[in-house]
Design a protein around this ligand. Structure first.
Ligand SMILES: NC(=O)c1ccc[n+]([C@@H]2O[C@H](COP(=O)([O-])OP(=O)(O)OC[C@H]3O[C@@H](n4cnc5c(N)ncnc54)[C@H](O)[C@@H]3O)[C@@H](O)[C@H]2O)c1
Length: 453
């Protein structure tokens, strides 16, 4: 096969989907010397980028990289995806793929983005999907839309590959430099071209797999592993708790053996990755396959119920009790409520008749109240019967202690608090996997330094 290596400046990349991940990718390619056209259906996003501004926050260095790339004429944006694609020799698609409440995969966004790509597709272009996909989607459904819409043949007239995005919001640039870029094409030519592209764009190693399907499966294994592992931690937690044991202590000790990697228990798993991608596998499996991911998913979803049980045990019936959930975000420091455990907790406490309040410093009152909860600011309020810390944002480090001390139950959803520092006397401190603590005793620390959810 001929040498396909090129320098970054040879690439004109169209990035389709300029959200939390897509804009950072566009900025990464531009900062490596490529010319980048970002494509997004949201005109506000496109306008901001064309002014050199960053419409999504929370990403280290992103503002500066976008401003510089725009000033150097390497980054612009358009709502006309077909036009943006027609200018490029590489297209990277990174729009969301979600599941419905009944766990059906909703392909509408990615299908429509793909149809727009097909409209502008030029011979010789390399199309890479980075959106997490069910196995076989790149070479099946999406290839068919591209071929039909463009009249071109994959592997002959254009090239097609899958490369999972393995970064985490908040640390995208460092993750891009760290984790090997996994690639797999629909044919050897496509694989080689995708490999050459990433070698020019990321400093991490490029890991070449034998097919697009293998690369798709890699990402589903990574995320499902975490969901199953958390389910196991939750099982251990409930077991330990009912026997008066502290599971954190036991897991930390178990993990001191290098083959044990048990994750952290908690009040649920949220976000649009870990609770979603297992369904990409499960939906594709026969009834007698993939029972462990299936069951783990169910178990992690029941943790909200376990959390409500814990609070109920302290307060008695929850009917008409005031419960405050801190953190609508699925995890601390990220403004993202997709599949957040806060929503399951809200449903569960409501179901039991409680008055459910919610606060999140990253969301407005109106955004929080759209969930059905009542907004309550712990800095302004008098007190509630129970506080549930769902996402421990940085801002909560300065929560008024008097407010927490007034609660009868304080459920530390992911083990972020040290009850010995809170001056609790009449409050029962609760944590999944730990027996209830009356007053302010010290509880064994977290297992890992960063939350895994
Ligand atoms: N967020 C994460 O932590 C993360 C981590 C790893 C991988 N991923 C992958 O990245 C994907 C995107 O995630 P995100 O967080 O960037 O999503 P996001 O919701 O922040 O952004 C999606 C963007 O796509 C745009 N869009 C929607 N339909 C479009 C269309 N037809 N054409 C062009 N643009 C369109 C939206 O306007 C939005 O700006 C995820 O589905 C996942 O596969 C995300």
């Amino acid at each position: 096969m001929k040498d396909l290596s090129r320098s970054a400046a040879d690439y004109h990349v169209a990035v389709v989907g300029l959200g939390k991940i897509g804009l950072s990718l566009a900025a990464q390619y531009a900062s490596h010397g490529a010319k980048v056209t970002g494509c997004d259906i949201n005109p506000a996003v496109v306008d901001a980028i064309n002014r050199g501004e960053t419409p999504v926050g929370g990403e280290d260095q992103l503002e500066e990289v976008v401003r510089k790339a725009h000033a150097q004429g390497r980054l612009c944006a358009t709502t006309d995806t077909a036009k943006g694609v027609s200018r490029g020799n590489v297209v990277v698609v990174i729009v969301p793929l979600m599941v419905s409440e009944s766990h059906e995969i909703d392909f509408r966004i990615i299908d429509s983005a793909t149809a727009a790509v097909a409209e502008g597709l030029q011979p010789g272009t390399l199309v890479i999907y980075e959106t997490t996909l069910p196995v076989g989607t790149t070479g099946g459904r999406l290839r068919a839309i591209l071929e039909e819409g463009s009249g071109l043949k994959a592997g002959k007239d254009f090239f097609l590959a899958f490369s999972p995005e393995r970064v985490r919001t908040g640390r995208i640039f460092s993750d891009l430099a760290k984790y090997p870029k996994v690639v797999g094409g629909v044919d050897p030519q496509s694989t080689c071209r995708a490999e050459a592209f990433y070698r020019a764009m990321v400093s991490a190693d490029v890991m070449v797999l034998s097919s697009a399907e293998a690369a798709e499966l890699c990402k589903l294994i990574e995320t499902t592993y975490r969901d199953v592992n958390i389910a196991l931690a939750n099982e251990f937690a409930v077991y330990a708790q009912t026997r008066g044991l502290n599971v954190y202590e036991a897991i930390a000790a178990a993990n001191s053996q290098q083959q044990s990697h048990v994750h952290e228990p908690g009040v649920g798993v949220g976000g649009h990755c870990i609770p979603v991608y297992p369904y990409f596998l499960i939906n594709d499996g026969q009834p007698d396959e993939l029972w462990l991911p299936r069951w783990s998913r169910e178990l992690n979803d029941t943790m909200a119920c376990h959390a409500a049980d814990m609070v109920e045990e302290v307060l008695g019936m929850l009917e008409c009790k005031d419960v405050l959930i801190l953190g609508l975000s699925y995890r601390a420091g990220v403004k993202e409520s997709a599949y957040s455990s806060a929503l399951r907790l809200l449903d569960e406490f409501y179901r039991r008749g409680a008055r459910v309040f919610m606060h999140d410093p990253l969301f407005t009152k109106e955004e929080v109240e759209k969930t059905g909860a009542i907004w309550l600011d712990p800095w302004q309020a008098d007190g509630v019967d129970a506080v549930v810390v769902q996402a421990y944002h940085e801002e909560y480090r300065s929560l008024p202690k008097e407010f927490l001390q007034k609660a009868k139950a304080l459920l530390d959803g992911r083990g972020d608090l040290d009850p010995s520092e809170l001056g609790l006397t009449d409050t029962t401190y609760l944590r999944v996997g730990v027996p209830p603590v009356e007053g302010g005793e010290r509880v064994a620390a977290q297992i890992h330094s960063g939350a895994l959810f």
